[in-house]
Design a protein. Structure first.
Lengths: 309, 552
């Protein structure tokens, strides 16, 4: 016996409420952009340069104690962050360390003096030169920009028999999703490093994937019902794919919640990015990509789409 | 990778291709399912070593055992990115060319007042007689095609010329320097005795070094970073060292220092010309010294080096010879007698480890230019283990959530989809093992995305089949229409993801590349197992009339 969550004859008026959601999304996007430009992402050493060390202690300790233990090393600006594990794991970040070469050894020696021979352990040390950080940041931005441009061209080409507007809709939805996710990352103060970047790229992949699924149904229905206004065709297509949309994003979100809860502190930033991204990616296929297509078609005066491929 | 390493991936591709051929030509559905089963068995076999099941010894001796490599973020170890200072390599090459030029000019009787190396990377030549300009130009054209001759500017005195390398010559020098640096660093790392190290070129001037399992990277860094330029120079005893320290060295001399010791660094006044360099070294070994002086390094020279050394020592008996490594004077023994045979001892107060490392760098040769570490990541093994454990738990729990949900929601069709998903996971991991790909945390993100996409493919197909069943279609028609109608959406979204993966591979660096690889492989295995193989199963059921009602 199989289950059914969404009734067959569901008919929610998504398209009719689009103005409200477009305004809401625009406001959220402006806020995200403002956050990104003023507060900025909490770049990890991958992108900002500098050093980071992950420390583990036998007995619970405090960030003040760690800071005083490391004070003699003259490491410049030090930030200490509790990394979970009942105050026994900490992340120490150095903006600029002189004599970076032997950082791991020097930290271990400094900690041994205060916490005893086996009281503290250096789990991980990462040092990235400022120039490498800038290069990695540029490469990352390039990858995101090229992937976005390509996706737009590809979708515009695949749906060219219907309308070029689908490409525009997908790209605007994609930019929306990237902004929402980076805005959420700014607010959460989670670290933006290479792993988080990979998660952001995953969001881009998913967002376009989801937009294509919905657009494909619009393409199919538009071919069947040429006389119906586009807004109605679109609303029907969204309702027809609603069951799939909820199932797929629902399972993905369920898996990501598992990842967020069990994955530990290192996986937390990417899991959070994916979670926010999958939710906004699903939402934007309906409320961003669709309205863009409608707006474009309204301007060019074509109320019904031409026949599909 | 040797040819043999491609065997597993070719076998997997062969079986898959045979399956696809039969699938699309409508061959026997039974044969298709047998091929799919064969693929599962092969896949498990390829994957077994990666999961810790060691194949029997007779197998490992005859066939390659590919396995998934874990990235340093998962297994622990040190990752270093070093930059080779190529400008220095070009400067060094230019100063060597200056020596050749001096000899060539002298043998052609062209008088030169000075040849100086400018900081900007050009040679400034001042002829003694400006009327010899034509002869000089002829000589340059004939003998030094790599150099570009220009006038340094209108204000310069007559008879002065600026020489710099042509663009192709610079590229050649840089390429050679990178090759030599790569070779030298590889040689040194091989002697560390660490398994499965990586030394690879990155971009135009960087070298990536990965040392899995290394706990304390300090010694490795010390060893790799040593330029190891060995030079022999004579100590100048005619001038006063104290005067030179106060007023600067007299012309033709320079001041060099010894290694830092408890009593500060010793200083030496040496004559600038290099008598001999480390190029002549053929072998270097650690010898245990007496109780007082500690171990020393015994260096063997080649024939030419031995001749030079013989001549230098016989002409300078009684003077001191400075043995200079990377501009540091390690020892300056008095030449007691002529030394034939080409064996030199380098003493100094070395510890056994220091002497050992010195021997390694002398044996592996000098770096053509200094290298600096611009990126370092060291992950301890306990953290790596923790990441793997957490990753595994998350993966298993997440996969179970999806599999159980599909089976409950779509009943029989859900179980078929689950089998497709399981096959997808198996194939994806097995292709990665066959490619000897490296699995990193970002790579795991790529796997999660492709699994999400193949779940979606199944959801799309099943939703369509439900619709068709509801419209009163027979099972056969419902299956056909379900797959056909879902196909265009699945095709477009998978193509866009695949090509985006290719773009990321092109533009991304290390971890992003790993993500891109898993993404591209996952799209292919996902389409294969979640569409083609599940379809073959339905076709088989329909062909045998077992499917009277579609349970979806």
């Amino acid at each position: 016996m199989s289950l059914q969550l969404i009734p067959d004859d569901i008919n929610v008026d998504f398209v009719g409420k689009r103005r409200f959601f477009v305004v809401l999304s625009t406001l959220i996007n402006i806020a995200a952009l403002a956050l990104l430009l003023t507060v900025g992402l909490n770049y990890g050493v991958d992108f900002a340069g500098g050093s980071v060390a992950q420390l583990s202690f036998k007995t619970p300790t405090s960030s003040a104690a760690i800071r005083s233990a490391l004070a003699g090393l003259e490491l410049g600006d030090v930030t200490v962050q509790d990394f979970g594990a009942a105050r026994r794991e900490y992340l120490v970040r150095f903006e600029q360390a002189r004599n970076v070469g032997s950082l791991g050894t020097r930290i271990r020696q400094a900690l041994e003096r205060v916490y005893g021979a086996n009281g503290a352990q250096v789990l991980r040390v990462e040092t990235v030169g400022a120039k490498v950080g800038r290069d990695l940041r540029r490469d990352g931005v390039e990858a995101v920009v090229f992937a976005t441009i390509f996706m737009g061209i590809f979708i515009a080409w695949r749906f060219r028999r219907v309308s070029l507007s689908f490409g525009a809709g997908a790209v605007i939805a994609l930019v929306h999703d990237v902004l929402v996710v980076t805005g959420a990352l700014v607010l959460s103060r989670l670290q933006f490093d290479l792993t988080t970047l990979a998660a952001l790229l995953t969001v881009i992949g998913y967002s376009v994937h989801d937009t294509i699924i919905v657009s494909d149904r619009i393409r199919e229905d538009a071919a069947k019902r040429r006389r119906e206004p586009l807004a109605e065709v679109m609303n029907r297509a969204i309702n027809e794919t609603l069951s799939r949309t909820i199932l797929t994003s629902g399972t993905a979100v369920a898996v990501l919640v598992v990842l967020l809860l069990l994955g530990g502190p290192i996986l937390r930033p990417p899991a959070f990015t994916l979670l926010v991204g999958f939710i906004t990616g699903t939402y934007s296929s309906i409320y961003i990509a669709g309205p863009v297509v409608l707006f474009w078609e309204g301007r060019t005066g074509a109320h019904a789409l031409p026949s599909a491929a | 990778m040797s040819n043999q390493d491609f065997a597993p991936i070719l076998i997997i591709l062969g079986i898959s291709a045979a399956f696809l051929y039969m699938h699309f030509t409508g061959a026997s559905t039974k044969a298709q399912l047998w091929l799919a089963a064969l693929l599962v068995v092969t896949g498990l076999g390829v994957l077994a070593p990666s999961l810790g099941l060691e194949p029997p010894a007779w197998w490992t001796q005859t066939a390659p055992v590919p396995r998934i490599q874990l990235g340093l973020d998962l297994r622990g170890g040190t990752h270093l990115l070093m930059q080779v200072k190529l400008q220095d390599a070009v400067r060094n090459a230019l100063s060597r060319t200056a020596e050749d030029l001096k000899r060539e000019l002298a043998s052609n009787k062209v008088g030169v007042k000075t040849i100086t190396l400018e900081p900007a990377g050009a040679l400034l030549v001042q002829l003694s007689d400006s009327r010899q300009g034509a002869a000089f130009s002829d000589l340059m054209r004939g003998g030094f095609p790599d150099l570009e001759v220009s006038r340094p500017g209108s204000a310069a005195p007559p008879g002065s010329y600026q020489l710099r390398f042509t663009a192709p010559a610079v590229r050649q020098v840089e390429r050679n320097a990178m090759d030599q640096a790569l070779e030298t660093i590889r040689n040194r790392i091989d002697q560390l005795g660490v398994r499965e190290t990586t030394v690879a070129r990155e971009g135009t001037s960087e070298i990536l070094v990965q040392l899995p399992g290394i706990q304390d990277p300090e010694r490795a860094k010390e060893l790799i970073g040593k330029t190891a330029v060995l030079e022999f120079k004579l100590v100048d005893d005619n001038h006063n060292l104290a005067d030179a320290l106060r007023n600067g060295p007299p012309p033709g001399d320079e001041i060099l220092y010894g290694p830092p010791g408890p009593g500060g660094r010793a200083s030496y006044l040496v004559e600038a010309p290099v008598l001999m360099t480390g190029d002549a070294v053929t072998d270097a070994r650690v010898r245990p010294g007496g109780r007082l002086e500690g171990p020393y390094v015994s260096v063997d020279l080649d024939r030419r080096g031995a001749d030079v050394f013989d001549a230098v020592t016989s002409q300078n008996v009684g003077r001191r010879l400075a043995i200079v490594l990377d501009h540091t004077v390690y020892s300056a023994p008095v030449i007691k007698e002529r030394i034939p045979g080409g064996r030199v001892q380098i003493t100094g107060s070395f510890s056994v480890d220091e002497a050992h490392d010195l021997a390694i760098v002398l044996r592996s040769g000098a770096l053509p230019a200094p290298v600096t570490i611009i990126e370092e990541r060291t992950v301890g093994p306990s953290l790596g283990r923790d990441s793997i454990r957490r990753g595994e738990i998350s993966f298993v729990v997440g996969a179970l959530v999806v599999l159980i949900f599909m089976a409950v929601y779509y009943d029989r069709a859900g179980i078929v989809a689950d089998l497709g998903l399981a096959l997808n996971i198996l194939l994806l991991l097995c292709v990665m093992a066959a490619m000897q790909a490296t699995l990193t945390l970002p790579g795991i993100a790529g796997i999660v995305l492709t699994l999400g996409m193949s779940v979606d493919a199944n959801v799309l197909v099943n939703e369509r089949m439900r619709e068709e069943v509801r419209n009163g279609k027979s099972p056969r028609e419902a299956v056909r229409l379900g797959y056909e109608r879902a196909w265009s959406a699945i095709r477009d979204s998978n193509i866009s993801t695949f090509v985006a993966g290719l773009i990321l591979f092109q533009f991304g660096t290390g971890p992003v590349k790993g993500f891109a690889v898993t993404l591209c492989v996952g799209v292919l295995t996902g389409l294969f197992s979640c569409l083609a193989v599940t379809r073959a199963w339905y076709d088989h059921q329909i062909a045998n009339r077992r499917l009277s009602a579609l349970s979806v």
